[in-house]
Design a protein around this ligand. Structure first.
Ligand SMILES: C[S@@+](CC[C@H](N)C(=O)[O-])C[C@H]1O[C@@H](n2cnc3c(N)ncnc32)[C@H](O)[C@@H]1O
Length: 169
């Protein structure tokens, strides 16, 4: 990416998420999440996304969630039978929470700190399914470029699952 303003926007966005992260751990929602994530069948996915993922078939698949925030959705993928689940986010603050939840979960998720535009080589062409959920597209300076990086994580013939609102919202 050679647009300084885009790089600046990405860095500012990371700072904002990091600065707000601790606020989320003082909520009832966080405490409820901590209590429920130890259930092997834990899922916070709503019926629409659950149905979509069931139709596609997550069981036995390697799945990556791009911009996973606190990892609650990444960990939910095991409830649908994912073989492996990897979450990627650039916010260190939220990834700390993801690792805290993962430590309470009986499943072995991996969480990687990275800007989506600088994904490590180890994530290239590795997954059957790439998942992007609500609240991601609106942060991307260039949606086509974002999609290029998302696609780079998929094995040939892999599936992108996007469950988003319109970025203008
Ligand atoms: C609204 S949250 C996603 C929430 C998720 N759908 C859920 O319900 O748990 C958006 C996430 O995108 C991440 N993000 C934004 N820009 C990013 C980038 N360039 N690279 C990696 N993560 C990014 C933020 O750090 C934030 O955690």
């Amino acid at each position: 990416m050679d647009m300084p303003s885009a790089r600046q926007a990405i860095a500012s966005n990371k700072d904002a998420w990091d600065q707000s992260a601790h606020l989320h751990t003082t909520t009832d929602t966080w405490n409820a999440l901590r209590n429920s994530v130890s259930d092997p069948g834990f899922s916070c996915l709503d019926p629409t996304l659950t149905g979509l993922l069931q139709d596609i078939g997550v069981a036995g698949k390697d799945v990556v969630q791009l911009c996973c925030n606190n990892g609650r959705e990444t960990l939910s993928l095991f409830g649908l039978g994912a073989r492996t689940a990897v979450g990627v986010d650039q916010s260190q603050g939220f990834l700390q929470q993801a690792r805290e939840l993962a430590a309470l979960s009986p499943h072995e998720a991996q969480f990687i700190e990275s800007d989506i535009h600088q994904l490590p080589q180890a994530l290239q062409a590795r997954f059957d399914i790439a998942l992007v959920t609500i609240g991601v597209l609106g942060w991307m300076p260039d949606v086509a470029l974002f999609m290029h990086h998302v696609a780079s994580t998929l094995k040939p013939g892999g599936t992108l699952v996007m469950y988003e609102t319109h970025p203008f919202l």
